[in-house]
Design a protein around this ligand. Structure first.
Ligand code: PHE
Length: 456
């Protein structure tokens, strides 16, 4: 167990914390995952459900995790066992701790796709990247996809080993505003293409006829993923947070920033899908490939598309790296804190996990395309397992811990050290009733939908 007496590092203050948390939150989840889910699960209605969930459920989970981390000064396993030593406490902590280890491998595969596209723009292959079949032929060639995955994974691990996160944080002060500016520019360009307005309407105007239970399941999973909830990250980050940082304010800033980038990404991609395919339902269903197929087409049409494409993929790569670093960092620190391993050993084990599981995900589109897990290819399977099955369980564990072991009054005390806790009333209702019940329903329906797939 964690008897680690060495002083824990901490973020420099309010701004330092928000930058670090936003660096973890803003990543492929916003730019790659959000738009394809919004396209697939109903556009405006998905956006509406997402925003409601983020402001209620997301807020509640973020407050709980951050307060737990700051109160205990520990990462997830330690934070859970600070309140009891039962098997359930240990299990609750470990499920939170294991999720980042399962996300990092497939996250690095997608990061590799981004690196490959950046490379194509660097060498000026704007037309090639936009051509039909380019994406598919890339991910189905095992050597290529595997090679780029390894490049991305290596970049992440080098940062962890050299401990240059501070440098990364400094660079992200420039890159993040850059990402916002460039996204706005590209979004305006996309929205003004002929036929794109239908896409803007599809994305912004909720249409109840597009609503299904899957809209809620997908939006909830996306919210966990995008805000880095239910995976121990915020507990760990909370443990580095100083007592004078206004928790509530910080959480609101992160939610606002993270959702803002997701909406911008939606505005770059969804109108473009309508402009290039006339809103063909098949195009909207493209799934994980959507960004990689649509954005190059936009760049190929733009005057300075070569340069814009290059900067775009560079910024996305950077946003992905700051997120993957936070995943790798949390995974390694769990091994250090809980198993007493050295930094080197912990990083080596994380590297092996990433190499093995990431290769499976990457080769799932080529050499291993015959392998279907519950009707999904390997990458989708890991995405589903973590987002739709494990995160609801992890979130449930956090709610139970907070309500029954820690007690809401201690959470309030922690938050009130530096915040007004203006939404305490809502927090209490959500954490006690809505969140746990809802999360269980989501979990059961995810499992049921898989069983449905199985019985087909
Ligand atoms: N939130 C990040 C994103 O949106 C992904 C991530 C998940 C990062 C989990 C850290 C932990 O891309």
């Amino acid at each position: 167990m964690n008897d680690n007496q060495k002083a824990r590092g901490s973020f420099s203050g309010h701004v330092g914390y928000i930058l670090a948390a936003a660096g973890s939150a803003v990543g492929l989840g916003n730019i790659w995952r959000f738009p394809y889910l919004a396209a697939k699960y109903g556009g405006g209605i998905f956006l509406l459900v997402y925003i409601i969930l983020a402001l209620t459920f997301g807020y509640t989970m973020m407050m709980s995790e951050t307060a737990l981390g700051r109160m205990t000064g520990k990462s997830p396993v330690g934070a859970f066992s600070a309140f009891g030593s039962s098997g359930l406490h240990r299990a609750g902590g470990w499920i939170n701790a294991v999720i980042p280890m399962l996300i990092l491998p497939y996250y690095s595969v997608i990061g590799g796709w981004v690196a490959k596209y950046l490379f194509e723009y660097v060498r000026g292959n704007t037309a090639g990247a936009a051509s039909d079949g380019f994406f598919t032929s890339f991910i189905t060639s095992p050597g290529q996809a595997e090679g780029w995955f390894l490049v991305f994974a290596a970049l992440t691990l080098v940062v962890i080993v050299l401990g240059v996160e501070n440098g990364v944080e400094r660079v992200s002060r420039i890159m993040m505003p850059g990402l916002v500016l460039l996204s706005m520019m590209v979004a305006v360009y996309s929205m003004t293409r002929p036929g794109a307005l239908a896409g803007v309407r599809y994305f912004f105007i909720p249409d109840l006829s597009h609503f299904s239970w899957m809209t809620v399941v997908a939006a909830l999973g996306q919210m966990f993923y995008s805000l880095s909830i239910a995976m121990g990250i915020l507990i760990t980050y909370g443990s580095y947070m100083k007592k004078n940082v206004d928790i509530e304010n910080a959480m609101h800033s992160v939610i606002f920033f993270d959702s803002g980038i997701a909406v911008l990404a939606g505005l770059m991609i969804i109108p473009a899908v309508f402009a290039f395919s006339g809103g063909d339902p098949a195009a909207l269903q493209a799934g994980p490939s959507l960004m990689f197929i649509t954005m190059p087409k936009v760049f190929a049409e733009m005057g300075a598309g070569k340069l814009v494409g290059l900067i775009f993929f560079l910024l996305v790569l950077f946003a992905a790296l700051t997120s993957s670093i936070s995943l790798a960092e949390t995974s390694a620190s769990t091994f250090e804190d809980e198993l007493g391993w050295s930094r080197g050993r912990a990083t080596a084990v994380v590297a092996v996990i990433v190499a093995v599981l990431g290769s499976l995900s990457s080769l799932g589109f080529s050499s291993l395309s015959g392998v279907q897990l519950l009707g999904m290819d390997i990458l989708d399977f890991f995405d589903f397992l973590t987002n739709s099955v494990m995160m609801p369980i992890a979130a449930f564990a956090v709610c139970i811990l907070v309500v029954f072991s820690v007690g809401l009054s201690r959470i309030s005390e922690e938050v009130r050290q530096s915040s007004k806790f203006r939404f305490e009333g809502m927090y209490r209702v959500v954490v006690r009733t809505i969140a746990p019940i809802f999360v269980l329903i989501i979990l059961l329906s995810s499992i049921a939908s898989v069983l449905g797939v199985l019985s087909l």
